[in-house]
Design a protein around this ligand. Structure first.
Ligand code: KMH
Ligand code: ZN
Length: 270
């Protein structure tokens, strides 16, 4: 039987702008309010990026401190920091706020083309991040943008380098990364180097089909403005919660109960 469904809301990301998506949360206050709406709708984790007041992506520690404080004052949702930041940021800059002790943080296991840019994650940098996660004891969401990244996961596990609890998130449909197809999703799921929970984030129009497939196949789901700003073709989603609510309805139809934050923590980190 499939476990209760964990829904992650990727609230803002680094790439989407207010011009494209007026409901995009930028400030700590906006992010916290959006986190609460997502939690009320059924999400148990929020994935967050930092932004300056004008919307520029930042991994600045003080920005993350304000975001974490504001979310925790507002709701009990698990807070996941991005360590991906935006393309072009330095390795150190991207993990500046980790010592603030979010509940989870992302860890991408390799370099990937990202539109016309390159999202850099060479092995020495991955190992540096693993070291930091281990030292702080922060659970990791291992982000897999392409199948070669599972090889890196296999290496980390074989050498017993990763000492913290972890699970996988397949990010499918980034231009330059692995395409979002059912075949690719099942291939990745069947190639996992360890029996750990997995989730999928489909980019753009792939968000809904990937979420549906994951509900059916026993995985978990990530939705939100970072990955997709549309509810349907030509119609913007009004909030991250708008996207979460649809997943909750689908899960209900497909007989997957929804996990709250405490249940998500137990499922992911036990
Ligand atoms: N903004 C992307 C370049 C993460 O959050 O860990 C990377 C990203 C991954 O969003
Ligand atoms: Zn992200």
């Amino acid at each position: 039987m499939s476990p209760p469904l964990i829904i992650t809301a990727a609230l803002n990301g680094a790439e989407v702008t207010k011009e494209q998506c007026p409901a995009l949360p930028i400030t700590a206050k906006e992010i916290a309010a959006e986190a609460r709406r997502a939690r009320d709708a059924g999400a148990s984790i929020v994935h967050v990026h930092g932004r300056t007041p004008t919307g520029t992506p930042t991994q600045d520690r003080e920005t993350f401190r304000r975001i974490l404080e504001a979310i925790r004052a507002e709701t009990d949702i698990l807070v996941q920091f991005s360590t991906g930041g935006a393309v072009g940021m330095s390795a150190e800059e991207r993990i500046e706020g980790l010592d603030l002790m979010p509940d989870i943080a992302t860890l991408t296991l390799g370099t990937v083309n990202f539109g016309s840019d390159v999202f850099m994650n060479p092995l020495p940098m991955v190992l540096q991040y693993v070291d930091r996660f281990n030292t702080l004891g922060i659970p990791a969401e291992l982000e897999i943008f392409d199948s070669g990244m599972l090889g890196t996961a296999r290496y980390l596990l074989k050498k017993e380098l990763l000492k913290v609890p972890f699970y996988f998130d397949f990010v499918l449909g980034v231009p330059g990364g692995m395409e979002a197809s059912l075949r690719n999703l099942l291939f990745l799921r069947d190639s996992l180097p360890a029996e750990r929970p997995w989730s999928v984030a489909g980019i753009g129009r792939h968000q809904l089909p990937m979420a549906t497939a994951s509900i059916l196949e026993g995985g978990h789901v990530r939705v939100g403005f970072e990955d997709n700003i549309y509810y349907r073709k030509g119609e913007l989603a009004t909030s991250n919660a708008h996207l979460v609510e649809r997943v909750v309805r689908l899960a209900d139809e497909l007989a997957r109960p929804i996990a709250g934050p405490a249940e998500a923590r137990a499922l992911l980190f036990s």
